[in-house]
Design a binder for this molecule. Structure first.
Ligand SMILES: O=P(O)(O)OC[C@H]1O[C@H](O)[C@H](O)[C@@H](O)[C@@H]1O
Length: 551
């Protein structure tokens, strides 16, 4: 079934069967499901790589899962997966292949785009990155004045920032602690200012990360960074070569900017920005953790890629997670999905997933060009769980919204924590297990009464439970495990986009704001007339100019 000829999703028998099944299940309770099946706690689990995935606390039965898999079969999820992995141009609105999986393919793999094997180029760039990273790490690469590089400032936004910034935090304990690594993304000059204010320009390398090399925020920050560097060093443009490298698909623009293309690390248009941190976009990360750790991370990605490619539907974890999201979003009206890691190192993990998921699947037009009549991507949100417990978990436990959540935790604290701090890990994980238990099973009014609670307080202290969660548990947060987690979410997002029949790899929805910002800017600076500016924005612009003392 291709995108054009496909029956509207919500008119397929598989969709209707799921809707009927949802009605039959009614408000089935997790307590009942566990009582009916004593093996559920161990039976509803899957393993992929180092990840143990427990989906027992979901509002599903074997029949639900069967019907969801039927929907996946009817929408040919695996057919689209195979087309993606073969290098077909499944990003139809941009006429591009979607091959982030080639970024972690083994050297001897053959993956062709337009008849050309892309794998040798992938490894050539990885090798160049490794050589460069080693030269920085060893001190062999020096700045314009001959000093060793001690500071790395990555300048990029969106996919050219969130991935490396997230992974740098996740793998902090694997980083060279003598290097200062910072990430600048916001066009607000404060971001760059705070990043460089205590740095010595002579020891600073700017990594300018931009797939297109036209993104206004990044080019503006890169230009300011260059000005700062040359002023600080009291040097001319010849100093740029030792202090600026570029990560991009666009050699022409890189050289227009004044960066020698010898200092450019390349990637390709078949890598989406939000799928790119395991490409050249990961250079800052590679400098921080070293090439060997970076390759371990790629190995982790590959484990899950292989699993997604080969595991049957019944045990295919990305498929399962994608389908569970569809179950809640399309058949229970859930609007959001929380990702709650129980690891300080995963503090930027959900922010990264926001782009991965929401920019991929936040779409109301299907691949057939028609408006969809079903819910697509959820609002993805969350922060490390323990902090959330003292902030917004109240709403998850006792609010009026259904919020399916992923809980991610690790059996071991990271190795270099030291005995004193490691001792806190069991308490962290006790919270991790307690929360999914409380969310699933709650506390009945009778249980509250049995504690001697006054009758008028019983409703307030009751927990209805039935809040679905997935638990993802791994032994340790290693580079490989990070790769596995990211690939898992990448493919989950893919599965959902395939079922919803949307192009998960374009992002037209970000364009309008960019165009309008360009048009509005002269109104702010020069008071220029903007033709067709609406009355509200016009008044706001006038207010802005007044507050800035501009006539
Ligand atoms: O890497 P760049 O070309 O600078 O793009 C940076 C980001 O900007 C765009 O607005 C897109 O929405 C993102 O997908 C992209 O990651």
């Amino acid at each position: 079934m291709n995108a054009e000829s496909r029956t509207r999703l919500n008119q397929t028998p598989e969709w209707t069967a799921l809707a009927e099944h949802r009605d039959q299940l009614g408000d089935v309770e997790l307590r009942e499901l566990f009582a009916a099946d004593p093996g559920r706690g161990t039976g509803y689990t899957l393993e992929v790589g180092d990840l143990h995935v427990d989906y027992s606390k979901h509002l599903v039965t074997d029949e639900t899962l069967r019907l969801l898999r039927e929907l996946a079969a009817a929408t040919d999820v695996f057919g689209l997966r195979d087309a993606m992995l073969r290098g077909e141009k499944i990003n139809t609105t941009e006429d591009r292949a979607v091959l982030h999986t080639a970024l972690r393919a083994p050297r001897d793999a053959v993956i062709e785009v337009d008849g050309e094997n892309v794998v040798p180029a992938v490894h050539a760039v990885l090798d160049r990155m490794a050589g460069f990273a080693e030269r920085i790490r060893s001190g062999e690469w020096t700045g314009h004045t001959g000093r060793r590089i001690k500071n790395i400032v990555n300048v990029g936004i969106g996919g050219s920032d969130l991935g490396p910034a997230m992974a740098y935090e996740v793998l902090r304990s694997y980083t060279d602690r003598d290097l200062v690594v910072r990430f600048v993304s916001n066009v607000d000059g404060a971001d760059l200012h705070e990043a460089v204010r205590d740095l010595d320009a002579a020891e600073t390398l700017f990594v300018i990360a931009s797939k297109t090399f036209t993104t206004i925020e990044t080019i503006t920050n890169a230009t300011s960074a260059r000005d700062w560097l040359l002023t600080e060093l009291k040097a001319g443009p010849e100093a740029v070569a030792k202090h600026f490298v570029a990560l991009s698909t666009n050699a022409g623009k890189v050289s227009d900017f004044g960066i020698d293309t010898a200092n450019m690390f390349e990637f390709w248009d078949w890598v989406g920005g939000r799928y790119s941190y395991d490409s050249a976009i990961g250079l800052s990360l590679m400098i921080a953790i070293g090439p060997d750790r970076f390759r371990e991370m790629l190995d982790g990605f590959r484990i899950v890629d292989e699993h997604f490619r080969t595991a049957p539907a019944e045990s295919n974890v990305p498929l399962l997670l994608g389908l569970l999201g569809i179950w809640y979003g399309n058949f229970h009206d859930a609007q959001s999905h929380a990702v709650l890691p129980y690891s300080h190192y995963l503090s930027k993990f959900t922010a990264y997933l926001q782009q991965l998921d929401m920019e991929s699947n936040g779409k109301y037009v299907g691949r057939d060009g028609q408006e969809v009549e079903w819910q697509t991507g959820p609002v993805v949100w969350g922060t490390p769980g323990t902090n959330g417990q003292h902030a917004y978990y109240q709403l998850i436990h006792q609010g009026t919204k259904l919020i399916p959540a992923d809980f991610i935790g690790f059996a071991e604290p990271v190795a270099d924590l030291g005995e004193r701090f490691r001792a806190q890990h069991d308490l962290l994980m006790a919270n991790f297990f307690a929360q999914t238990q409380a969310l699933a099973f709650g506390k009945t009014p009778d249980e509250v009464r049995a504690e001697g609670v006054a009758e008028d307080l019983v409703p307030h202290k009751t927990f209805k439970g039935n809040h679905p969660t997935t638990t993802i548990l791994a032994k340790e947060l290693t580079p490989s495990v990070l790769g596995q987690l990211i690939a898992l979410y990448e493919h989950k997002v893919f599965v959902q986009g395939a079922v919803w029949n949307i192009d998960s790899f374009d992002q037209w929805g970000v364009e309008l704001g960019k165009v309008l910002a360009k048009r509005v800017e002269p109104a702010l600076t020069e008071g220029a007339e903007v033709p067709g500016l609406d009355a509200s924005t016009q008044a706001l612009v006038a207010k802005y100019r007044e507050l800035r003392g501009r006539k």
